[in-house]
Design a protein around this ligand. Structure first.
Ligand SMILES: [Zn+2]
Ligand SMILES: [Zn+2]
Length: 347
């Protein structure tokens, strides 16, 4: 029996450059059925200090912040901090400091490219030597949207912000698979929700990406062996542990609620689920299932091993390696599991 939770990470409010106050964003999240929400306003923990973290009925709200360096690059989501990190530190310094304070740190939008809208800058990750981070955004809604924007499709893009979420970038998946060879790196999907107001003409504005639309797109889900506690402090620690342990699968909610997806490895009564590690000898069963049909792709050490259509998937292997599953709907990315680590002798 496993427990599944679906949440949104990387949310901005009026405490930085979002357009709705915290309480209203929480309400929208509840209406969208989110099990958890992780806020990360730029360089502030204002709402944390106001005691706003906690359970809001069935929705767990966690408040962190998004840190950047002097050049406004190397954006880094940090959760479980009590105080912000003084501005001016280098990325290597704040990554290490977040870890030292027992925080959970996630590299935000690692690669960004943009053809138009120069008024919105590029905020790539360059500090690859940094040590101590826990995760990386493998798909960021805002980055992806900006990247697809051209003068010709701009009106369409403004009104259908989820339409261009096709598939995570190959380069980012490659970086994630490569970094994971050395240490656990939690791959998450993020909203980067601001609900920017965009000037159409004179005083007329539209809200690009209303929060409710964002909350029905890129989500991060948990597959846990135990349910989250009803006690807030415990639930928070369990949630953060899920990221430390990579018990996570990302999804695009537009193609269906991914809750209930499973991926596991089994051998001789032993079992490893998403994020776990198992020593193997001989044949191992790798299996996955999804709430709806899709195209399952099993990836080992960054290479495609097997592909099949259906709502369940099974494969046997003798090879140790880092395994993960992707489920696509047609050519659109739907679910991306974190790795199961199989160790042992290579055959
Ligand atoms: Zn950012
Ligand atoms: Zn952001």
């Amino acid at each position: 029996m496993y427990y599944h939770y679906s949440g949104v990470i990387h949310i901005h409010t009026t405490d930085s450059d979002g357009t709705l106050p915290f309480d209203e964003v929480v309400k929208t999240g509840q209406e969208c059925g989110l099990d958890f929400m992780m806020f990360s306003d730029h360089n502030t923990l204002k709402k944390l200090k106001e005691g706003k973290e906690g359970w809001y009925d069935k929705t767990l709200a966690i408040i962190g912040c998004e840190i950047n360096d002097r050049e406004n690059k190397n954006h880094f989501l940090a959760f479980n901090l009590k105080e912000t990190i003084p501005f001016g530190a280098s990325a290597e310094e704040y990554v290490a400091e977040v870890a030292r304070r027992g925080g959970v740190g996630i590299i935000a939008h690692p690669i960004e490219t943009r053809s138009v809208l120069p008024q919105y800058g590029l905020y790539p990750w360059t500090a690859w030597k940094a040590v101590g981070y826990h995760g990386i955004e493998v798909w960021n809604h805002m980055s992806e949207w900006m990247e697809h924007l051209t003068p010709a499709n701009r009106p369409l893009m403004l009104f259908t912000p989820r339409r261009f979420l096709v598939i995570p970038r190959k380069e980012v998946l490659e970086i994630w698979d490569r970094l994971s060879q050395k240490q656990r790196v939690c791959g998450i999907m993020s909203a980067d929700a601001h609900a920017f107001r965009h000037k159409i003409f004179g005083p007329i504005h539209v809200r690009i990406f209303p929060y409710a639309v964002k909350f029905k797109a890129l989500r991060t889900n948990l597959m846990l062996r135990k349910p989250l506690s009803q006690k807030f402090e415990l639930a928070k620690e369990e949630l953060l542990d899920a990221f430390r342990n990579c018990s996570v699968y990302g999804s695009n909610f537009r193609w269906g609620d991914a809750r209930g997806f499973e991926f596991k490895a089994e051998q001789k009564g032993n079992e490893a689920i998403i994020g776990e590690e198992m020593e193997i000898e001989g044949l191992v069963n790798l299996s996955a299932k999804a709430p709806k049909r899709g195209r399952f792709r099993l990836i080992c050490d960054g290479q495609l091993v097997k592909e099949a259509l259906g709502d369940a998937f099974i494969c046997q292997t003798r090879q140790p390696g880092l395994y993960r599953i992707e489920v696509l709907k047609g050519n659109k990315g739907w679910i991306y599991s974190n790795h199961i680590r199989l160790t042992g002798k290579k055959e």
